[in-house]
Design a protein around this ligand. Structure first.
Ligand code: GDP
Ligand code: MN
Length: 380
């Protein structure tokens, strides 16, 4: 789960990382009031779950409250990389002398967390990595040893930060950020830019924060930060029903049992000349309720013209899944054509069951490609 900048900053604040005071607004009038309350020049920032807001015109400085209202009006409603701006964060404008970058993320290859620090902040880290990889200091943290203060010092020397007062503040922030990352079960905590003000004060001007979904049960306060209104309504419905579902733009609804098979199904539909309407993983089982839930989500998408069930019977036998599908179709009316590919354990029994009692709009095919081709044909 990705957090908005203001939410990430709230967590930073709890762990002692310096951030500016600010508040939220959803209308220009609220922005004006917020700026008045803060006093002095402010920065008005689009709250969207994507980067590059500055370049897209989603971050603007305002001299006073009237100006903040004006800037808010310009930013609200903007489309930034496909994200509609509905919320703004206003905070005291900072003066910037230097822009650094600091992050901690999970390095799967190394099976350890990775700290990164560079004095070339403010721009995308991918760009720094491509153009001057030597400028990024990297350091792994062994999860069993935990973070050690010498690691912050090594990182800071590696990045070439020489001013003692910066070194001291950044060493504290590195430790606080690592702590924040571990305690929040985060996958990524990134500060870009980490600024140094003309007075030599170091603080976090931005936050990119991703928390491991599987750990949210341990963090009800973070789970509550999820912005349900901003989510795709179908994905929200799927989440409610416990269905693994990602909305895509095509016309063929897809269900597979297992994430890998579902991914392949998306591919094979494209190979057959169609376009997938979604990714949907039924998981290991294939019980009627799971199928009903998945079908309810998939058929809610008005672009769907045909449905393709791709089932490979492994531990879950095909006859069981076939019974699940038939029971589900008993419970709900579906007019759309449905193509089922059944293969694997007890495939014959499964196909026989469906052939016996399937409704008219249900077709069975023995291979993935044949089934995809049939679904594409029926959707046309
Ligand atoms: P991003 O573009 O989505 O990464 O948004 P950021 O929060 O990083 O803001 C983009 C840029 O706006 C920063 O790199 C800064 O240069 C600038 N910026 C943001 N806040 C302030 C501020 O308080 N004062 C000044 N002078 N510039 C700011
Ligand atoms: Mn940024």
């Amino acid at each position: 789960m990705d957090l908005y900048e203001y939410q990430g900053k709230e967590l930073f604040r709890r762990f002692g990382i310096p951030v500016s005071d600010g508040s939220l607004a959803t209308t220009p009038a609220e922005a004006r009031a917020a700026a008045e309350e803060l006093g002095g020049p402010v920065v008005v920032k689009a709250q969207v779950l994507t980067g590059g807001r500055g370049k897209a015109g989603g971050v603007k400085l305002a001299d006073d409250a009237a100006d903040a209202e004006q800037k808010a009006d310009e930013i609200l409603g903007l489309d930034i990389n496909g994200h509609l701006v509905r919320k703004l964060w206003l905070e005291h404008a900072s003066e910037i002398a230097k822009e650094y970058y600091l992050s901690v993320t999970f390095d799967r290859g190394a099976k350890q967390s990775l700290l990164m620090l560079t004095t070339e902040g403010g721009v995308e880290i991918e760009q720094v990595a491509a153009e001057s990889p030597g400028a990024i200091a990297r350091l792994h943290v062994d999860p069993f040893e935990g973070f050690q203060p010498y690691q912050a010092r090594r990182l800071i020397y590696g990045a070439g930060i020489e001013a003692p007062n910066e070194q001291k503040q950044i060493a504290a922030i590195v430790e606080q950020l690592y702590c924040c990352y571990v305690e929040s079960d985060a996958m990524l905590c990134e500060i870009n830019p980490l600024i140094v003000t003309p007075e030599g004060e170091v603080k976090a001007l931005d936050s990119k924060f991703a928390v491991d979904d599987s750990a949210l049960y341990r963090h009800p306060d973070i789970a509550e930060m999820r912005d349900v209104a901003a989510a795709d309504p179908l994905e929200a419905l799927a989440r409610e029903k416990g269905v693994t579902y990602v909305k895509l733009d095509g016309s063929i609804g897809i269900l597979g049992n297992g994430a890998g098979l579902s991914m392949s199904t998306v591919d094979v539909v494209v190979v057959a000349g169609g376009s997938p309407a979604n990714f949907c993983d039924l998981g290991g089982g294939g019980d009627a309720q799971g199928v009903v839930d998945a079908l309810e989500v998939i058929t809610r998408d008005e672009q769907v013209r045909a449905i393709f069930f791709n089932i490979f019977g492994g531990i879950t036998r095909c006859d069981e899944v076939a019974r699940g599908i038939l029971a589900a179709l008993d419970q709900m009316r579906i007019e759309l054509p449905i193509v089922v590919r059944l293969d694997g354990t007890n495939a014959e029994e499964g196909r026989a069951l469906i052939a016996e009692s399937a409704p008219q709009n249900l077709f069975v095919e023995p291979t993935m490609l044949a089934a995809a081709t049939k679904a594409v044909e029926l959707a046309a």
